[in-house]
Write a protein that binds this ligand. Structure first.
Ligand SMILES: [Fe+2]
Length: 340
């Protein structure tokens, strides 16, 4: 956000908490927009300079599906908090869209930087964790009919947050022990809310229950360990931790993708299932689109596209400035460091 000026235009749409488009692609940013976006808590935006050619890049789910997913999660959270019920049909529709897109896109990676704000935090977090979990399930070779419960559980994993005092969740600081204990109850609340929906599998409720459990039994609410921790609980646990680590809070700096993956690997097998972490590592872009990097040739470049086979960069310094280059794993040019 600090580097964005009024000359720039949005390259990705911005959704509000209702999943509606707040600002669409191509909008020229002015001082009012920038002030509003800062107040909403955005830390990153995708932009291009006015007149600059805008390139499309492959994303795991389309803007339309992202919008439907945000709307579906928000509707479910509201209904759960008011009526202790979910709109299962809407949830199923969203899950099917996400599965359709991710399963038919052969080499797509999770490659977007965090675009959450204060208002849509839990909805965007839920959809991101859902997309990452689905990519992990795909990498592990799960069949589509088995993926449905995983994707649904991932989308609803934090549903129980609707039963936690919103004043506690809004605290811009580290929580006291008592407050943290009240937040930990969200796993129990989520389990109960989902279990009472006859049209959802009990496995979906268990995913919400288990996503903070860890392989060595150090998690909560029950301290489930090892094989007793369901594969889907392990997957959503890894996806949730990754998503949380790469999001900044006032009291904690966001990690970059490659740092978060390194940390998860360091905590496997004690906390996380190494097979799940390995599947995630190959489903996530180390350098998401928009990353500014230094190459082994000492030139600087911006990542403009990435998939499982190659990274496309555009030079931003040196004699090749503005030129594009594809970096395959065996390419002599390599990324050495990420600058921003
Ligand atoms: Fe959670």
């Amino acid at each position: 956000m600090d580097e964005i000026t009024e000359e720039m235009c949005l390259a990705r749409p911005i959704f509000n908490a209702d999943g509606k488009i707040l600002l669409s692609n191509g909008v020229k940013l002015n001082a009012t927009y920038l002030a509003r976006l800062k107040a909403l808590g955005y830390e990153n935006l995708y932009v291009y300079r006015d007149g600059e050619e805008i390139r499309d890049f492959s994303i795991p789910i389309s803007d339309q599906t992202m919008r439907e997913a945000l709307q579906g999660v928000k509707a479910s959270f509201s209904k759960a908090s008011q009526e202790q019920q979910l709109n299962v049909r809407q949830v199923n529709d969203v899950v099917n869209y996400i599965l359709d897109e991710i399963l038919t896109n052969p080499s797509v990676l999770y490659n977007l930087m965090d675009l959450k704000n204060h208002d849509n935090y839990y909805y965007q977090h839920s959809v991101n964790v859902c997309v990452i979990s689905t990519l992990i399930g795909k990498k592990l070779g799960l069949a589509r009919d088995r993926m449905k419960d995983l994707t649904t559980g991932a989308l609803l994993h934090d549903l129980g947050m609707v039963c936690v005092d919103p004043r506690t969740l809004a605290q811009p600081r580290r929580l006291s022990d008592e407050e943290a204990a009240s937040v930990r109850e969200h796993t129990n609340y989520g389990f109960r809310l989902i279990k009472s929906e006859r049209d959802l599998s009990i496995l979906v409720a268990h995913v919400a229950y288990q996503h903070h459990e860890r392989m060595d039994g150090s998690g909560y609410p029950k301290g489930i360990a090892g094989d007793d921790l369901h594969l889907y609980g392990r997957i959503v646990g890894v996806a949730d931790s990754y998503e949380t680590m790469t999001t900044g809070r006032i009291y904690r700096k966001a990690l970059w993708s490659h740092e978060a993956i390194r940390q998860l690997k360091a905590e496997a097998p004690e906390k996380y299932d190494p097979e799940v972490v390995a599947a995630m590592e190959t489903s996530i872009a180390y350098y998401p689109v928009g990353s500014v990097v230094v190459l082994n040739t000492h030139e600087e470049a911006v990542v403009v596209d990435v998939n499982a086979k190659k990274i496309t960069i555009q030079f931003s310094s040196g004699p090749r400035i503005n030129a594009l280059m594809d970096l395959a794993p065996d390419s002599p040019v390599k990324i050495e460091e990420r600058l921003s």
